[in-house]
Design a protein around this ligand. Structure first.
Ligand code: NAD
Length: 243
């Protein structure tokens, strides 16, 4: 399978890595070659960590890395792709423009996924001409370690696209859940709510930030408290999702 990943930042580098580990040939695209190369370097460092921990053979890691080709030429990188996944910044206008281009640049059979954490899949797809092929493929950070894939079905996403997205999720070693296009999907809707309430609790003097986190870690067996998690994701990102 051939994959195009657009945006070689935190998420794009991780998505390229797991697709390459699953045997896909991957073109990793960014606005310039320097950033695309930096994305491949991130995947390289992450693969090295898996090898050092004994979770991956060095030879398998080398083969995966060799399948990732950095590029600044989106048209070239996507013209033969079976799946294209977008991981550019969380900006509706940017994503809409990108999918309108992909609708004509990528082959007619290509699955078109967006890694948005909060934007409406229906709105991203509307008017692009490829509404039926566009779907949310919401991976989690760090992509190589997090098992969940939230597959988000837009109003116009076809049944075939849904089945192919679920199959792609399994191919890259994830456990997909299928979610309707609704604000916050399943994960951000509950996750951001906990994060916001945790901040209000500190503001109201209910307990310290450290103790809010401890309450959820020890009392509810969350691997990480809601405030630590908010710091990891980034306050700016969480604010944008909440809004
Ligand atoms: P990032 O800023 O690390 O990476 C974005 C990359 O896209 C940058 O390298 C940038 O140069 C590139 N880019 C911008 N415009 C481009 C264009 N027109 N063509 C090609 N490349 C372009 O961002 P990120 O954290 O990887 O987030 C990407 C997406 O994934 C966002 O929609 C975000 O909401 C979502 N997401 C992020 C996380 C997270 O924890 N960071 C988790 C899940 C989903």
């Amino acid at each position: 399978m051939k994959a195009g990943v657009i945006g070689a930042g935190t998420m794009g580098a991780g998505i390229a890595q797991i697709a390459a580990m699953a045997g896909c040939k991957v073109w990793l695209v960014d606005a310039d070659l320097e950033r695309a190369n930096a994305g491949r370097d991130k995947a390289d460092a992450s693969l090295d960590k898996l090898v050092a921990r004994g979770k991956l053979e060095a030879v398998t890691s080398d083969a995966a890395l060799a399948r990732i080709e950095p590029s600044a030429d989106q048209a070239m990188a996507t013209h033969a792709a079976d799946v294209v996944i977008e991981a550019v910044p969380e900006d509706m206008a940017l994503k809409r423009k990108l999918f309108a281009t992909l609708a004509t640049e990528a082959p007619g059979h290509a699955l078109l996924g967006t890694n948005t954490s909060s934007l409406s899949i229906t709105k991203i797809a509307k008017g692009t001409g490829a509404e039926g092929r566009i779907i949310g493929l919401h991976f989690f950070n760090p992509v190589p370690l997090m098992k969940l894939l939230e597959v988000v079905r837009g109003q116009d996403t076809s049944e075939e696209t849904v089945s192919r997205a679920l199959a792609f999720g399994e191919l890259v070693g994830k456990e997909p859940i299928l979610v309707k296009d609704a604000p916050g999907f399943a994960t951000s809707r509950l996750g951001v709510l906990l994060g916001l309430e945790a901040m209000r609790m500190v503001q109201d003097g209910v307990c310290s930030a450290a103790d809010v986190d401890k309450a959820m870690e020890l009392g509810y067996r969350h691997p990480m408290g809601p405030l630590k998690l908010t710091d990891l994701v980034g306050l700016d990102v969480r604010l944008a999702i909440a809004e």
